[in-house]
Ligand binder design. Sequence first.
Ligand code: HDE
Length: 764
Amino acid sequence: QALSAALPHNANKPAEYVQGGQAMPAPAGVHAAPDNLDATGSTITEDNTSPKNGSKAEPGNNLNIVPLQKHRIDSGGRHITTNQGVPVADNQHSLRLGERGPTLLEDFILREKITHFDHERIPERVVHARGSAAHGYFECTEDITDLTRAAPFAAVGKKTPVFVRFSTVAGERGSADAVRDVRGFAVKFYTDEGNWDLVGNNIPVFFIQDAMKFPDLVHAVKPEPHHAMPQASSAHDTFWDFIGLTPESAHMVMWQMSDRAIPRSYRTMQGFGVHTFRFVNAQGQATLVKFHWSPVPGTHSLDWDEAVKINGADPDFHRRDLWEAIEGGAFPEYLLQIQTFTEEQAAGWSFDVLDATKIVPEELVPLRTVGRMVLDRNPDYFFGETEQVAFCTQHVVPGIDFTNDPLLQGRNFSYLDTQLSRLGGPNFHLIPINAPVAQVHNNQRDGFHQHGIFRGRVAYDPNSLAGGCPHQAGAAQGFTSFAEKLLEQQATAEPTKLRAKPEKFADHYTQAQLFYASQSPVERYHIARALRFELTRVQTPAIRERIVAMLRNIDENLATVVAQDLGMTSLPEPLPAARPPVASPEVSISPALSLLARPGDGRILARRVALLVGDGVDGAALEAVYQALVQAGAVPRYVGAKLGSVQSSSGDALPVEVTMEAAPSVLFDAVMLPAGAGAAATMAADGLAVEFVQQQYRHCKPLLVPTGAATLLQAAGVTTLPEDEGDPGLLFVPDDQVAQAGEEFIRRIALHRAWQRQTEPPMV
Ligand code: HDE
């Protein structure tokens, strides 16, 4: 019964998860599916027609992912055909001259099959090659039509379908998920006025200020060209060489070395548009805007030692987490929050809002929540959707416009350009996942893989032969670039062609200081530890020294600690700063910059909890805790030494769902030690069990310890119990009260980690 209650549920794919003809119920408290989703699930036949051709999404009720239906293929009950639809009698043998003779060139079936196979790879993305994606919807929750005419914000309650791809940056397509890296957070809104791509990251700033430097940055961080190492890691000489010589990266590097770069899940990280964008309303008035996605479950990260081990235990850790959360009905949810300000306001600030290495502190311009995004459906076909989706920063809709951020301007060129070689030509907008829900009409024609069958003899504008159609939409309906006037001071300095940047861009350290100063002690410790790890792997002493010299401009104490950790006997001179930090910045401490500022909503949806079991455990108590976790939307698992079952103290068989070997400690967010002294004593002699508990403890995770299981805890080396010092992650429960401990355990799990447990070196 416990097992069936934990089976995955997805309201949008009822065909996949039914029991007795009924869709599985969602765990308590998860969001219901949006009412405008297709109800047919994923078993599609060719009878399905697309409402896309000839129909326009009604305002306020977007067509959702329905247009994808006609492309979904289900081969249930079908026979194999060639690509020409010819039925294939034998798919096992090639055509040969006699049983032992040569294969015949005539075998068109073999040749077609092998030829297709030979060409089934496409180039991976130059950056962000490793990614995972999901469908969902964006819902507008506040009226901001005074700020923007953009379709997703047309009315409160309006839902717009989205496809979101999360990614790492440096690693190749098959690299591990839990590496230290920036994460991509790219959202494609299928609005009824065309596609809007908000191609962001989980860090609000970037390494460089000008697109001109991007190829150098990427060449520096990618595997070194002579031996193609290391994979998916910035911990090598060329990266830190580039950083030390590019002081504008100082702020970003602080974020990249923080726990932001090892998120627990794509569900628990923020997203940022990074650049300053422009909102334009129906009257043509503009407001500057920064976009933030805030995860409802809060911001949570991994421990570095844990991340390293996860990459061995499950390189697909984040991909699996996203997939399973959605299949299980624990839909990832984010608030869309904006910061808006005027050009005049921004001109008065000590930093330039066109500089992508700067944030606008929340204490200066508070966040305003204007919508929510829910991801409620997994893709059906990884290649067709996640791999072929093409995000482009220049995909904007009426109501959204660019600013002159030189990084954004360069991106607006790069993304379309890269899709041409990645997806093989200019018609990638016809690939189903990229096709807008809005109708497409223009005079662009031909090209590789053209799908349209255009009618009539007119493919030019203006024309009279087709009655002037398709015709221009005009300013009221169509996209019009904001008629930007350069600010007075820029305008008077007679614009000339030049390769330069504004003066405020030269301040590289004020906000790096702000970020570091705003971190909690444990976060600062993790930053120092990350720098130690990365720079220890750097082989060239001069590169290490240059980074320490850079750190001296950020925080003297941080520089000293890192220098000591690297065995340096003296501190190098600070790097000369192009411009001294701002003497009195608008904000010098920003609590919002700490991960701990967003603890989440207290729910533990999709958190994985191990319940260790062995012969002699208290089955009733375990079952009670298990059920409480299921009710809370978590994913409990009975973890034992071998598959099969164990015998509880009352003689019942309790199933072992996974083993410690196949699913080690790092794959769980919390553990319950065996309820039952006998089982605990047996496990105390099992190295895998000891290691399991040890690592749960070292990685600061919540442990429910029935008093009878103290032997196992001790065997794991947890001898000085910091319970008296208020370790909220250690929950000791008398053996006879374990059955009632579920609720308290859930509260502890919601706290995520007891970081105060961490010592240097680790205690266990
Ligand atoms: Fe990208 N980036 N980028 N980038 N980027 C790509 O486009 C580029 C930058 C980001 O899931 C590429 O389709 C330049 C900032 C994401 O498919 C490429 C510059 C931010 C993704 C490209 C930047 C991003 C990409 C590679 C400096 C955060 C993955 C494949 C001017 C705001 C999207 C592709 C997905 C992907 C170029 C800097 C985010 C080569 C030239 C800043 C999330 O076009």
